[in-house]
Design a protein around this ligand. Structure first.
Ligand SMILES: *[C@@H]1O[C@H](CO)[C@@H](O)[C@H](O)[C@H]1NC(C)=O
Ligand SMILES: *[C@@H]1O[C@H](CO)[C@@H](O)[C@H](O)[C@H]1NC(C)=O
Ligand SMILES: *[C@@H]1O[C@H](CO)[C@@H](O)[C@H](O)[C@H]1NC(C)=O
Length: 587
């Protein structure tokens, strides 16, 4: 317990001499603000105190002892040019890298004991980065965090959450605790894939799109309603996966994160497959309920149907797992953190994960974003590829005028996390061009990672002074990769509908990555893991550079897609056959 003493004493060094008389009881009542907004975040209104029996699962995220150890290792195992490439970590090795300074757990526990939190309700989660306090009453949470938790309603969506406008921690805990959640992050991730439109059979003028001399599809020619639509058959042909037969379906899987009580319908999936994959009559998905998540297959959501229909149609017979993440009573849950906590406990984590839920980065507290991003980096270190949509509002929705009257573009989290692969949108072919909705730009939280330094700098040099001040020239740029986003058909409640968005591009790219992983597994090789160092390096020659189109928004024309990386389409769109040839270790 020697370490314990050292850490307590160094913490006490910042405390006035008078309290040294009781060296083992820091002043837990010396509270300092950890994060606070100036006012209730825009579009939320208080409904007063939550019901008195409301409880929260509080996540107390601890800072790592060796701050950069995890990220350094992530880059080593993800960089095809590094000797450690592909030496993915075990959960135990990750726990070692992210462990808090010695003595931290005991120290934090003494704070919890002081407040009467029973030790039976405290567990270590998220690969050892987090203490989860289960079933904390609102009164106790308010006392622990000097907070004022209330029930808030979103004025547009009517969604309710239990949050606090600010919170504090004892001074002695500030340098040990990264963040506590749920606290001040009001924003909940959303999908923009809400209302795919009807398309009546036989109405469209059949303008069949050829793909570099290959027949588009045999399947769609039996129907005349989808000639203009971006069907799975079209995508498999365009991105060159149609000829590939998965060979490691018994050892591979693709995961889809579902939140907001969105569920897929197996019946709609069956209808979709009977149209686009007649060779996959038995294809099914597995639905896993996380944190009390529900599943009502008779009440499907567009996003869940989209994600499952495309991944299954493109990767069959690869198993597809849909995670229905629960909301907690009265909106007490943090979606991403609960899903991440769940996934780290699993022995078999799908090698490829698709996430089409995002939130406006401006509304995300920085410490929260940093914590969630670290969790994604841990998935990368385990060898998991995570694909996340960039959003459908180009460089930003509305006029984007800030408090000081200037215009500033914005991006969406977690796509801006440097340890995930952000997916933008394209359309058309010959040439394939940027979809104008494609979310893209620069983070205001995460600095530019090395793997994209060259690519992004080249873009910024060509951009020159244009938009100066409207974006952050030193930070992480998104997207990294892109795929078709327009005229995407799905079945929803038995009806053929068509929608658009990076919500569609993301499962499409995830499917192609999953097929690459399938190939690697079948060859006895390691899977791709965190993709970006490869995508910006040798993987680049397996992508088709998209060089025209733009992503207007914020009353501007937005950025333009140009040769090389751009904040509209990233490095380009996947070409499966060419990617196969530039897989790590294949040279
Ligand atoms: C929110 O609630 C109001 C009042 O009950 C209702 O009129 C409105 O349609 C609801 N909005 C949504 C998006 O559900
Ligand atoms: C879409 O089609 C269905 C069935 O044909 C119909 O019930 C529904 O009202 C239509 N929705 C719209 C928005 O036209
Ligand atoms: C620009 O991004 C960096 C991170 O790269 C961040 O620290 C900084 O605050 C951002 N600037 C603005 C004005 O938001």
């Amino acid at each position: 317990m020697r370490y314990h003493l050292i850490s307590v004493i160094s913490v006490l060094a910042t405390i006035p001499l008078g309290s040294l008389a009781k060296p083992f009881s820091p002043r837990w009542d010396d509270m300092r603000i950890k994060h606070s907004w100036n006012a209730v975040p825009e579009n939320w209104e208080s409904l007063g105190n939550p019901l008195s029996d409301t409880t929260i699962d509080l996540y107390v995220a601890l800072k790592a002892h060796r701050e950069s150890a995890l990220i350094d290792t992530l880059y080593q195992v993800s960089d095809p040019n590094h000797p450690r490439y592909g030496a993915y970590l075990s959960k135990e090795q990750i726990a070692e890298l992210v462990s808090p300074p010695p003595g931290t757990l005991e120290f934090v526990n003494s704070w919890l004991e002081y407040h009467g939190v029973p030790s039976s309700s405290v567990s270590t989660t998220h690969g050892g980065t987090t203490l989860t306090l289960s079933g904390v009453s609102i009164m106790q949470a308010n006392a622990l965090l000097g907070a004022s938790y209330q029930l808030y309603k979103h004025v547009e969506t009517n969604e309710t959450v239990v949050r606090t406008v600010g919170y504090a921690l004892p001074a002695a805990l500030h340098r040990l605790v990264q963040t506590v959640a749920p606290t001040t992050c009001f924003s909940t991730p959303h999908t923009q894939w809400l209302s795919p439109r009807n398309r009546s059979v036989g109405v469209t003028a059949g303008l069949k799109r050829p793909v570099s001399g290959e027949p588009v599809t045999v399947l769609s020619s039996r129907y005349d309603d989808d000639d203009d639509d971006t069907t799975p058959s079209f995508l498999r042909s365009l991105y060159k996966t149609a000829e590939y037969t998965p060979a490691a379906a018994d050892r591979n899987a693709l995961g889809i994160v579902g939140i907001l009580n969105d569920y897929p319908s197996p019946e709609d999936l069956a209808m979709f497959l009977s149209k686009y994959r007649t060779d996959a009559p038995d294809a099914a998905i597995t639905v896993v309920k996380v944190n009390g998540g529900g599943y009502d297959p008779t009440n499907p959501a567009p996003e869940s149907n989209l994600d499952t229909q495309y991944t299954v149609a493109m990767t069959y017979p690869t198993p597809v797992i849909f995670y229905s993440t629960g909301r907690g009573p009265a909106g007490t849950t943090d979606w991403f953190i609960s899903w991440l906590g769940y996934i780290f406990m699993q022995d078999n984590i799908p090698r490829t994960i698709s996430i089409s839920y995002i939130m406006d980065e401006r509304k995300v507290p920085e410490a929260y974003a940093t914590y969630v991003c670290t969790q994604f980096s841990m998935l990368g270190a385990l060898g998991v590829s995570v694909l996340i949509a960039t959003g459908d509002d180009g460089v930003g929705k509305g006029d984007c005028v800030t408090n000081d009257g200037s215009v500033r573009f914005y991006t969406n989290f977690p796509a801006t996390c440097p340890y995930v692969t952000a997916v933008g949108g394209t359309m058309n072919l010959e040439p394939e061009v940027a979809a104008s909705l494609s979310g893209g730009g620069f983070s205001d939280i995460f600095k530019r990672p090395d793997y994209q330094e060259q690519a992004v700098t080249a873009f910024l040099q060509r951009l020159g002074n244009r938009y100066r001040g409207k974006y952050n020239a030193t930070s992480r740029g998104i997207p990294d990769i892109s795929a078709q986003a327009m005229d995407i058909p799905i079945y929803l409640e038995g009806i053929y509908r068509v929608g658009e968005g990076t919500s569609a591009s993301t499962p499409i790219v995830a499917s192609i990555i999953s097929l690459l992983n399938d190939y690697l597994i079948s060859q006895g090789k390691v899977t791709l893991g965190f993709l970006n160092p490869w995508l910006y390096g040798p993987g680049k020659s397996g992508l088709t550079d998209i060089t025209s189109g733009s992503n207007p928004g914020c009353n501007t024309r937005g950025f333009s897609a140009i040769e090389g990386w751009d904040p509209v389409t990233g490095v380009g769109t996947p070409d499966f056959q060419r990617l196969l040839r530039v897989l790590p270790g294949s040279a």
